[in-house]
Design a protein around this ligand. Structure first.
Ligand code: CP
Length: 314
């Protein structure tokens, strides 16, 4: 694997998920693969799981890790081409990216969208700048429109937890208090479609994802109808793609224990962080349906599978 920006960098997503499951059984099986290699983690936005799971995955492979929080640890970076840099940003990414990549063997980057300029966000300007200006492979730690490390862990968790060959997976929109990126939902749909999983997406009218990502998934605007027979329910808020970045707060769409009763004893998933009793009720979060913490643990093995494939190619 030369880079990990989206599912398009993966030959077979199901095979990669199986590799992550194998790593989970024996996390130190390749403990020296990354010796004398350095992973740089560049965060333009906050993270708990991505930061810690990717760091631990690198340690399991013998790598060393350097982490930079751009907002607080470094010079403020300018990203605009042709900018007259007479304001706050002291360094341009045209210098910063080649320099950072010269210190590292692999770079991971997290950068959320503006949720203001749809065209610019969906062009993935920043992560593409890393791809073009760096001298080493790039891993997407969540970009403007995608979160592939999350999606690999999602797929792994479904493959691990399924009790029938073709489970029904439902991605349901849920309310939130502020506008969130579409990246987790886009990426989830893209990976499920690529892995040939039976995917239903349910959301209120006006909250459609870009068809580029929802693809051939079944789309139903009646949440309860969508949940009938579900084996896995993946809950996520996203802001509007059409009315770009606008928030919707409809509390009727919160996931509850009562709604899970409609399903085929579904396993409940969420990428975290989750706002309890806004996105998912306490009684659902704390029920036996939830595999949310198991999913978060699998982020480690997903990240390790990706790092393993990249290190093998260095
Ligand atoms: N799910 C996820 O990416 O979590 P963090 O934002 O904490 O990394």
């Amino acid at each position: 694997m030369k880079q990990f920006i989206s599912v398009k960098d993966v030959t077979d997503p199901n095979e990669l998920a199986l590799k992550a499951m194998e790593i989970k059984k024996d996390p130190y099986s390749n403990a020296s693969l990354g010796e004398q290699k350095v992973l740089g983690l560049i965060f333009f936005n906050s993270s708990l799981r991505t930061r810690m799971s990717t760091t631990r995955a690198a340690y399991n492979l013998g790598m060393k890790v350097m982490t930079l929080n751009v907002s607080s640890d470094s010079w403020q970076l300018e990203t605009e081409d042709g900018a007259v840099m007479n304001q706050g940003n002291a360094e341009h990414i045209k210098e910063a990216i080649p320099v950072m990549s010269s210190y590292c063997d692999v770079l991971g980057v997290r950068s959320f969208p503006s949720l203001i300029d749809k065209e610019k966000d969906y062009q993935e300007t920043l992560i593409n700048s890393f791809v073009h200006l760096s001298n080493c492979p790039i891993i997407n730690l969540e970009s403007a429109t995608l979160h592939p490390l999350q999606s690999l862990a999602d797929l792994m968790t479904i493959q691990e937890g399924k009790v029938k060959t073709n489970p029904k997976v439902v991605l349901t929109w849920a309310p939130h208090i502020k506008p969130l990126p579409q990246s987790v939902a886009n990426s989830f749909a893209e990976w499920m479609n690529a892995a040939k999983i039976d995917l239903t997406i349910t959301h209120p009218k006006g909250m459609e994802l870009s068809p580029e990502f929802s693809g051939q998934a079944r789309i139903i605007t009646d949440q309860e109808a969508a949940l009938v027979g579900a084996d896995f329910v993946y809950v996520k808020n996203w802001s509007s793609f059409q009315d770009y970045g606008k928030v919707k707060k409809d509390p009727k769409w919160m996931m509850t224990r009562e709604k899970l009763e409609i399903t085929n004893d579904a396993k409940l998933m969420h990428c975290l962080p989750v706002r309890r009793n806004v996105v998912i009720s306490d009684d659902a979060m704390d029920s036996n349906h939830s595999i949310i913490n198991e999913l978060a643990e699998n982020r480690l093995y997903a990240a390790q599978a990706v790092l393993t494939e990249i290190l093998k190619n260095l």
